[in-house]
Each structure stands twice: as C-alpha cells, then as structure tokens.
Design a protein around this ligand. Structure first.
Ligand SMILES: Nc1ncnc2c1ncn2[C@@H]1O[C@H](COP(=O)(O)OP(=O)(O)OP(=O)(O)O)[C@@H](O)[C@H]1O
Ligand SMILES: [Mg+2]
Length: 259
C-alpha cells in the first residue's frame, strides 16, 4: 500500500495564541503538494506542529500517517515513523559532525541490531553528496556551523536523501539557493519521488515549482487553507499576488504579525 498522510482539522497555538485554525490536507504517496501564502500565515507553524516542536501546542485535530496519529507521538517517534522536515532555518550544532549526525539518524531509523556498516554508510553519504555537488569536506564539519544559507539548505536535502522518509516537508528549501543550487536541490528532490513518499513543499515562489512540479497547490491564509488547485494556481499567484484570493473569499487583512 502506498503512503497516505491525512491531516484533519489541525489546530495549534504558540504562546497561547491560536495560529492554525483547522487545517485539512490529504497527501498520497507519489504526490507533491505545495503550500504558498503570505508571511506569517502559519506555514512554518504547520511544519513545526507536525514534527512536534515543543513551542507549538496542538489544540485539536489529527494527522494520520498510514493510519497512525503522529500527533500522539514524541518527536523521535515521528522521525522513526517516517516524518522529515527540512527547516526554514536549520539549526547549528557545534561538536557534532555532519557525518556523525547522519549516521546516528540513519541508525535510529534502522533500529538496534540493524545498524548500517561504516563502509556502506560512507559509500551512501559520498554518493549522495556527489549527486548534490557538495564538497566532501562538509561531512567532517560540525552540523550547519558556519554553513552559508544555501549550504544549509543543500545539507537538509542530503539528510532527506539518506533518511528515506515517508512524508517530506520542505520549508522554503529554495530560499538562499543560487540558480545552479536550485536546480541541483530540485533534482535531488525529484529523484526521491516515489509511491512510498509524499511531499509538502512550502514556498513563496513559483520558480521552485518549475523544477519540482506539484500535483496540488494550496493557499494558506490566517491559519487555514483557503484555496486549492493545480500548478496554474501558483502561476496566477506569482503574476497577480494574493489580493484576488482575498477578494474572492472576502478575507479581510489582519495586522501584520497577527495571523
Ligand atoms: N515561536 C514563536 N513565538 C511567537 N510567535 C510565533 C512563534 N512561531 C510563530 N509565531 C507567530 O505565528 C505566526 C505564524 O508564523 P509562521 O512562522 O508559521 O509563518 P509563515 O507562514 O511560515 O511565514 P513566512 O512566510 O514569513 O515564513 C506569526 O505571526 C509568528 O510571529
Ligand atoms: Mg515560514
């Protein structure tokens, strides 16, 4: 059976303020869903709430990954179940090398007694780094420490490629990437497309979607998905902005920062 991820009426708050006001979304294996929307509407909050970031309190709803509610799981369990988030702002971790981090993450997913051999791990890591045109020295650097914005994003995709997740969330993976890196990273994502994996791609720009072709595009405003369509929706947003969506749906702007 191919992967299925179903979010039903998800609500979440930050610091006591409700940001997600009932998100409904269904992603099947093989599908790529894009989410676009103005700044501060809750896109990253959705990503963080799904991954179990402690700052984001889920106040209602379910998120079933192959029938299991990931919202009931701890952060580690979610990763083990196959959830993966490439963060908008990846954290720097001094003292942990990229390769140690990657090997631990892979082994955690594989489980005790089934650890990857060092040789096999190095071969896999080097192969994927080559695909992503990364300098091999990045394996030995501390995780994200001193990485440029684009290097961090490329490293997130390296993690995704090695961890073989079921549900991939990419939060503004295109921000900070140069023109060549955008193509390389997109190729990496496209190579991972499979019936066993669904994608949720958060982006502001249609340009990324020229490379990573979405099956569905959703517009998020004020903590809800207010409109869904195909790739043509992203093109229209790029050309015309969000005003027409607000007019069509009678959405009144709130003060910036009060999604
Ligand atoms: N940890 C936090 N503490 C306080 N407020 C937060 C926190 N995280 C999110 N918020 C608030 O929640 C709202 C939604 O933020 P979020 O990061 O989800 O927006 P976004 O849609 O990803 O925006 P952008 O397009 O700018 O990345 C914003 O008003 C933001 O200030
Ligand atoms: Mg964001």
């Amino acid at each position: 059976m191919s992967t299925q991820f179903v979010i039903n009426d998800l609500k979440a708050s930050v610091e006591g303020k409700e940001i997600l006001k009932g998100i409904n979304l269904e992603i099947k294996g093989g599908e790529i869903h894009a989410i676009m929307g103005p700044n501060g509407t809750g896109k990253s909050t959705l990503a963080s709430a799904l991954m179990g970031h402690p700052k984001y309190e889920v106040t209602g709803g379910t998120a079933l990954l192959d029938g299991e509610d990931i919202l009931e799981m701890g952060v580690d369990e979610r990763a083990l179940a196959g959830m993966f988030l490439a963060m908008q702002y990846p954290s720097e971790i001094t003292g942990v090398t990229n390769s140690d981090f990657l090997r631990s993450a892979i082994n955690a997913r594989r489980g005790e007694g089934n650890e990857i051999s060092l040789i096999k791990f190095i071969r896999q890591m080097e192969g994927k780094m080559k695909d992503l045109e990364m300098n091999p020295e990045f394996a030995h650097r501390y995780l994200n420490e001193g990485f440029s914005g684009g290097e961090k994003k490329r490293n997130e995709i390296l993690q995704m490629m090695l961890l073989d997740p079921k549900l991939v969330i990419l939060d503004e993976i295109d921000s900070g990437l140069d023109i060549d890196a955008l193509r390389i990273v997109s190729n990496g994502v496209n190579a991972m497309r499979s019936e066993d994996r669904g994608f949720l791609v958060i982006t502001h720009y249609q340009r990324l979607l020229n490379y990573i072709k979405p099956d569905f595009v959703h517009v998020m405003m004020q903590g809800r998905i207010v409109k869904s369509g195909g790739p043509e929706l992203a093109e229209r947003l790029e050309n015309e902005g969000y005003d027409w969506v607000k007019e069509e749906l009678g959405i009144v702007d709130e003060t910036v920062g009060q999604a």
